[in-house]
Every structure is written in structure tokens, then in C-alpha cells.
Write a protein that binds this ligand. Sequence first.
Ligand SMILES: Nc1nc2c(ncn2[C@@H]2O[C@H](COP(=O)(O)OP(=O)(O)OP(=O)(O)O)[C@@H](O)[C@H]2O)c(=O)[nH]1
Ligand SMILES: [Mg+2]
Length: 113
Amino acid sequence: MAEGAVYNISVGLLGHVDAGKTSLARALSSTVSTAALDKSPQSVERGITLDLGFSSFRTPLPPHLADAPFSALQVTLVDCPGHASLIRTIVGGAQIVDAMVLVVDVTKGALCP
Ligand SMILES: Nc1nc2c(ncn2[C@@H]2O[C@H](COP(=O)(O)OP(=O)(O)OP(=O)(O)O)[C@@H](O)[C@H]2O)c(=O)[nH]1
Ligand SMILES: [Mg+2]
């Protein structure tokens, strides 16, 4: 096993504005990049995510990767904006991930305006 080598998968957090994407990233992550979790002054001022936020956590390898030369599975979360005016940033985030989680606010439902 390669010491320290991790298998990375990038997972996008996408959904309607205010659905809870950044809150989910905050709850799951153990390592956070400098501007993630809406820390930029512009995000603080406007109260929404304005740019892609990168954070991550690690878990043991799943059984089907047990023989792979990695010590852990790293999940990198790509927290995307939700406001419609930021669609270019959202599309950019969607293009760099391996999988995505669609975050839905259950109090509003999946088809909220
Ligand atoms: N009650 C409740 N509030 C939540 C939950 N998740 C998020 N919130 C609140 O909803 C608001 C928006 O949460 P965010 O996590 O910033 O939502 P977001 O989807 O990242 O928003 P944008 O990135 O701006 O689209 C914040 O005030 C959160 O505290 C939840 O599970 N329950
Ligand atoms: Mg957000």
C-alpha cells in the first residue's frame, strides 16, 4: 500500500438557492479551503454562495477497493452556488465533479420557484 496515497472522488453539491448545500458541506467536512463555507467577504455580505467552495473528508476504503494501493478514500465536496444568476459558476462546478448530490429543502420541495 502506498503510504499516504488516497483515492479521491469529487462530489458536487447542487440545488436551489438556500437549499442547504453549504450547511451540508460544513457538517461533513474535516478539511476546508480558505474561501469555502461562504467565508469570502462578498458571500458574507450577500448571504449566499458566490463561488465554488472546496472541502473534504476521508473515510476507509470501501470493500471493493480494499486491495487498491490507497490508504483511504477522500471525498472532495464542490459546494456550488444556487442562485440562478450564477449559473455559469454552477455549470463550471458540475463539469469538474465525478458525481453530484442534489440538495433539496424538504420544506419547499423539489420544484420550488
Ligand atoms: N432549519 C434548517 N435550516 C437550515 C438547514 N440547512 C440550512 N439551513 C439554513 O438555511 C440557510 C441557507 O443555508 P445554506 O447552507 O447557506 O444554503 P445554500 O444552499 O448553500 O445556499 P446558496 O449557496 O446561497 O444557494 C441558512 O440560514 C442555514 O442556516 C436545515 O437543515 N434546517
Ligand atoms: Mg451555499
